[in-house]
Design a protein around this ligand. Sequence first.
Ligand code: C2E
Ligand code: MG
Ligand code: MG
Length: 714
Amino acid sequence: MNEPLPARSLILIIDDDEILHLMMHHILEREGFKVLYASSGIEGIETIKNQEPELVFLDVMMPEMDGFHCLQVIRAIPGMQLLPIVMLTGLDDNDSINHSFELGATDFIAKPINWPILPHRLRYLLRASSALNQLEKSEAELRTAQKIAHLGSWNWTVASDKMEWSDEVFNVLDVDSDDFQGRRLDLYKNLQSFDVDKLHELIENCVRNKQNFHLQLHIYRANGSDQIVLMRGEPLISGHHVTHVQGTVQDITDRHRVEEQIRFLSFYDPLTGLPNRKLFKEILGQAIAYCNRYKAILSALFISIDRFERINENLGTSVGDRVVKMFADRLVTHVRDCDYVAVNADPDAYELPVSKLGGNEFTVLLNHIHDTPDSVKVAKRIFQVMSEPFNIGEQEIFLGINVGIAVYPGDGTDEDSFIKNAEFAMSHAKQQGQDTYQFFNKSFNAAAVHKLSMENNLRHAIERNQLIVYYQPKINMQKKCVIGCEALLRWQHPEFGLVPPSEFIPIAEDSGLIIDISNWVLEAACKQMRLWRQQGLKPLVTAVNVSASQFRQSDFVAQIDKLLTRMDLAPKYLKLELTESILLGHIEDTLASLREFRALGVQISIDDFGTGYSSLAYLKKLPISELKIDRSFIQDIPYNEDDMAITTAILALAKSLSLEVVAEGVEHEEQAAFLMQQGCEIAQGFLYSKPVPAAEFVAFVEQFGGVVRQANKL
Ligand code: C2E
Ligand code: MG
Ligand code: MG
C-alpha cells in the first residue's frame, strides 16, 4: 500500500510586490508548499481567518496598513498567538527588525531574498512551530492533569534561591499570586510554624545529604476550611552538588478522609462508635503484656443481651439497632464513671474500655483490679443500670443480660483464648437464667466444644440423611378418631444418638441453618402425605412447625404455594404451627402473610399458646384456625387449680373466636377427662401416642380403636 502523501503546508504571503509573489510562488510550489497570496494587510488578515495558513510572510512596508500594524491585528486574533510570522524587511533596517520582534514576529528575512536558502529556512521554521505547538499542548494537558489531581510542581534553584512553580501550587498551598516572590520562603507562606520547621529541615537535609523527602502538612485556608497536603521533594544533582530541589505538592484531603473512614470502619463499630473486636483484641494484648510485666490482674466482662433476636424479630431491626446504641451508651457512661477501671500505663489505648463484639455482645475490660470480687461489683452495677427500661418512642423495652467474667492471669494465655473463655462463661451464665453472671471455669470448655461440634455436624445432617420426621397424632377425644398429625423433626446422629429438637433447633436458629432444615422438613412432610395418599390412606391434616426466620422470608407464602403445586397436594391438608412470638412481631407483615395463607387455603395454628403475651384483641384480628394449649398448663391437671382455671379460660376464649383447640401433652386419663368436660375435643399426647416414624404412625391410625380402649382400661 502506498503511504498517503503528507498534506502540503499552506503558506501565505502578504506583500504588495507582485514580482516577489511570483518568485516565491514559483520556488515554494516547486519545493512542495502550497502558496496563498494577499496584496494588502486587510486581505491577508481575512485569508488568515478563512484559510488558517501554517506560516505567514509579512512585508513590513505596505501602503494603507503596514506590516507592524497588520502583525498586531493578527496576534490579537484568538488562536493566532503561535502562528509563525516571518517579517520581510530591508537588509539594514535594524529598527524594523527590533520593532517586529517586540510586536511578536517569529523571524525575519531581509530583502533581497536569498532564494536558494528560503525553502530550508521555511522548513526549519515549520518544524520549530510544530514543536512549539506540541509543547504548548502538552503543557496545557499537564496543567489540566495537575488541576484534576490537585497536584502542583515546584523547582527551587539552590544557589540563587529561585523558586518556580506551576499554577496549581498557588491553589494547593492557598498562596495569592500577588504574594509570590519566587523564593523558597513562598513554600512556607501558609504553613503552621511547626510544619515550617519540619519542611525547612527536610529541604536542608535534601541539599546536604541528597535525600528525598515527603511530609504531610496542614493548611488552614483563608476560606476557613482545612486541608491536608502531601509535599514531596528530591534533589537534582550536578557534579557532586545538589543544584536544585524539585518537588510536588498535592491536596490529599479527600484521600485522607477516606483513609480515616476505612480506619474507623476497620477498628470501630459504626452503629455504636465503640471499638470492634479487632481493636479490643489489640487493647487487650497491651493490657495482658502490662499484667505480665507488673504482675497485675485484669478482668474482662463479656456481656450479652438476652434473647436480643426477639427484639429484631418482633419490633424490627431499626428498633433493635436503637436499643443496641442506647445500651452501648449506657454501658460507656457507666464504665467511665466506675471506680474499677484503673489508671493505665498507656492512656490512649485504654480510652474506651467497652467494646462491642457481635450485634448484642459487649466486653468491658477492667484493668489491674485488686481482687476478683471487684469485677463482680462492676457486673452487679451493670445489671442494675440495664434493668432500667429502654424507651423507644412509646415503647418501654426491658432487657435481660448475662455476664461472663474472665480473669487474667489464669483464664487464658493470650487475647483470643481469654476472650473465648469470657464468652464461654457468658453462655454458661445464660443457661442459669436471665441477669446472671458467671466466672470462667475450665469445665465450660467441654460444653462449648460440644456445642460447636453439634453445629458442625448439623451442617451435614441433611446431605448425610440424618434427619427424620416423626409423626404424632392429634386425636378427637369425643369421637375417638385421629383427625390429623404433627410432623416433628428428629436428628439421628451416629455418635450423639437421637437428638431431640429442643437441643438442635436453637443451634440451627443461631447458625442460620434453620432455613435449609425447615425447607427439608416441609418437603419431607409433603412427600409423606403424597405417599399416604398413594397407599390409599384417608387424607389427614398434617401440621408442620415453622420457625421465625423461616416465616419472615418475604416469599414464604409463594414457596409453600409452589411446594404444594409441585407435590400435587390440596392446601387444606397442610397446617402451619406458629408460636405466639412469631405472630407478635412485624404485625402488618404478619397479618398480610396470614391473609395470604388463608386465601391459599393453608391453615394456621398457634403453638404453645399461653406462654407468650398475645392479647385477646390481637388474636381476634388474626385469620387463624387453631390454638394449641401449651403442655405446661396441661401437665399438672387435675392438681393445679391455676392451670385448670387458665385452661378453662383459654377454652372459653377459643370458643368465642370459633377456634379449634388442641391440648398439648396429654399424658393421663384425668387430664383427658377434665378437658372433655370443659369442652375440649382434641388432644395430642403420650396418652395416645408418642411421635413415631411414618410407618408406625400408619399402624397406629389403623389400630387406634384398640389403643384407645386399652388406655381407657388404665
Ligand atoms: P411443639 O411444636 O410444641 O411440639 C410438641 C412437643 O411436645 C414435641 O416435642 C412432642 O414430642 C412433645 N409432646 C407431645 N405430647 C407429649 C406428652 O404427652 N408429654 C410430653 N412430655 N411431651 C409431649 P419434640 O418433638 O421434642 O419437639 C419439641 C419442639 O421442637 C416442638 O414443640 C417444636 O417447637 C420444635 N420442633 C420440632 N420439630 C420442628 C420442626 O420441624 N421445625 C421447627 N421449627 N421446630 C420444630
Ligand atoms: Mg408444634
Ligand atoms: Mg407446642
